[in-house]
Design a binder for this molecule. Structure first.
Ligand code: PBG
Length: 326
């Protein structure tokens, strides 16, 4: 084996062409999913203060945004809905004319080839702001499952392509799979938020989605951040129940989890670069403390290097523009 001075690792770093030749990880726009917030009402486009550059749109104001996304060749969007009315059962989550259902129809009319993924979770729709319904002060796992199935079906009936359950109830992937199949939607994939941690990085999202829990927190259903082995069990459970794509969330503080799941399961793997990760980058770059293009492309490439095939990121539009320039 060669050693210095025969061995010189710097030889392959001399020019950009050489570096590109041996580059191990390539970020592509086709890896990205853009998360979007749709708010019930008309004529609404409002920026989220803790997420500069990201706005909530009412369905009638979506067209232009969707044309831009499709024009940038971003393959998919993930939709979150903010309804006008919340109640204990999250009823507006599964109405045929609910805000997400309306948005799906607008998107499909505007850009039929754009993949529409919908977040399935009750937290934006329930008066308690929890991801499941509440019985006697507890988040009721089993009572929540049929509502998640109903919500999934109503999204697919409106034209959505992929269902993404983010609630972290046990058994939801199996329940949703069965309900979809029963309705003749065997072709619809499930992208499951498998290892979703109870993270402080969701702060800006909760402002955007008005989904802050009204009592307690999400620690009795989302995962405890110190745990890695448990993430493998979550992924295994979702795979056993029929998940087609699994996901780790958040991404940056959990790159080891992404790597471990990648090494363990031969399933497509997504990672969610969440609102707090976006807000940190925006805050520092707006101050002039970091170079935005540099850090964003480095972060997204690192998530891919860790093992993610797909990255959900609020930076998707900017990244798509930068990748085109390169
Ligand atoms: C729950 C949900 C959350 C996010 C996605 N789906 C928030 C939570 O669990 O509290 C967070 C996404 C982000 O922070 O960007 N429906």
């Amino acid at each position: 084996m060669a050693a210095f001075p025969q061995l010189r690792l710097r030889r392959l770093r001399r020019t950009e062409t050489l570096r590109a030749l041996i580059r191990e990880t390539q970020l592509n726009v086709s890896d990205l999913i853009y998360p979007m917030f749709v708010v019930e009402g008309e004529g609404i486009k409002e920026e989220i203060s803790s997420m500069p550059g990201i706005s909530r749109h009412s369905p009638d104001r979506l067209k232009e945004e969707i044309e831009e996304i499709a024009g940038l060749k971003i393959p998919a969007v993930l939709l979150f809905g903010i309804p006008q009315n919340k109640d204990e059962a999250g009823t507006s989550a599964y109405q045929p004319d609910g805000v997400v259902q309306q948005a799906i129809r607008v998107i499909k009319n505007t850009a039929p080839e754009l993949i529409v993924i919908t977040d399935v979770c009750l937290c934006e729709y329930t008066s308690r702001g929890h991801c499941g319904i509440v019985t006697n002060g507890e988040i009721d796992n089993d009572m929540t499952l049929p509502l998640l199935a109903e919500m999934s079906i109503s999204h697919i009936e409106a034209g959505a392509d992929i269902i993404a359950p983010s609630d972290m109830m046990d058994g939801r992937v199996g329940t949703i799979r069965e309900a979809l199949d029963e309705k003749g939607f065997q072709h619809v994939p499930i992208l499951s938020y498998s290892a979703k941690y109870a993270s402080a990085f969701y702060g800006p999202f909760r402002e955007a989605a008005e989904s802050t829990p009204q009592f307690g927190d999400r620690r009795n259903y989302q995962m405890d951040p110190p745990n890695l082995r448990e993430a493998l069990r979550e992924a295994e459970q979702d795979i056993d129940e029929g998940a087609d794509i699994i996901m780790v969330k958040p991404a940056l503080a959990y790159l080891d989890v992404i790597r471990e799941i990648r090494n363990t399961f031969d399933y497509p793997l997504a990672a969610y670069n969440v609102s707090g990760e976006y807000a940190m980058v925006k805050a520092a770059t707006q101050q002039g403390w970091l170079d935005e293009k540099g850090v964003v492309l480095e972060i997204l490439t690192a998530i891919k290097r860790a093992g993610a095939d797909i990255i959900l990121t609020y930076h998707a539009k900017d990244a798509a523009k930068w990748l085109k320039e390169e």
